[in-house]
Ligand binder design. Structure first.
Ligand code: TMP
Length: 230
């Protein structure tokens, strides 16, 4: 968290994120969003298309929290009238600073057509994900996504694809009724019970059976020897 300033190892988180991200990217793909995802190989690994990643984090906000409230003094929990798109330059040494479209064009990190296409895809993804989570009693507060360019062997051209992962590590997810945080803020804010929260998300999405009790031991046993870095 906080660009590697706060670290720990949480057994079983990678396994849950792998399943959740598989579910989300597969569903988005079925709705016509091009992604880098090919298939999940095992509990901790995925097969993905090689993509040249844009050095930009695309953030969408539906409810004000996190850095937005700190930066602009917007009250925590304010429901935004329309989704807010933000761009950050992917540079750990600089703490992934917020940038404008003009920075993107000036420094050639993406061109105007690419950003136009990405903005449209991002808003569509926000609509699809908001609906997916609303259906299981979760508010999609905000999230971060990344894009890359991957080769399409049918068209024999490079195309923009959604890349990286979408999971409770990259989204803020609040219970619809209680506003309980079901995401990485449980670690960022020392709230504890991170694995139960991620498990709750997986269960509500129907990825894990309601009765399954994913303890750290179970998850570790199920996982393959090859470990996905998380
Ligand atoms: P923020 O409020 O800290 O700017 O975060 C906005 C959203 O983007 C939140 O869902 C967390 C996500 N995010 C990441 O996944 N990785 C990052 O490096 C950053 C800065 C944010």
């Amino acid at each position: 968290a906080f660009n590697n300033q706060k670290k720990t190892t949480i057994e079983g988180k990678g396994v849950l994120n792998n399943r959740i991200s598989e579910y989300i990217l597969t569903n988005l793909s079925q709705c016509g969003i091009k992604t880098h995802f090919v298939k999940r190989l095992n509990m901790r690994e995925q097969l993905i298309k090689k993509a040249e990643i844009f050095p930009i984090e695309f953030i969408v906000r539906n409810i004000a929290t996190g850095s937005l409230t700190k930066r602009l003094g917007i009250s925590e929990g304010t429901v935004l009238e329309r989704p807010l798109l933000e761009y950050c330059y992917k540079k750990d040494e600089l703490n992934d600073p917020l940038i404008s479209k003009e920075h993107i064009f000036s420094f050639g990190w993406a061109d105007e057509n690419e950003i136009k296409q990405i903005d449209k895809m991002t808003l569509r993804i926000n609509d699809l994900l908001s609906g997916m989570f609303r259906g299981v009693g979760i508010k999609l507060v905000d999230f971060k996504i990344e894009y890359g360019k991957a080769w399409n062997k049918d068209t024999e051209k490079k195309e923009i694809v959604l890349a990286d992962e979408i999971s409770p590590d990259t989204c803020r997810l609040w219970d619809n009724i209680t506003d309980k945080k079901l995401d990485k803020d449980r670690f960022r804010k020392d709230l504890g019970d991170l694995i139960p929260a991620y498990t709750e998300v997986a269960k509500r999405l129907g990825i894990l059976h309601e009765q399954s009790n994913v303890s750290v031991v179970n998850v570790t046993k199920l996982s393959s020897i090859k470990r996905k870095k998380r």
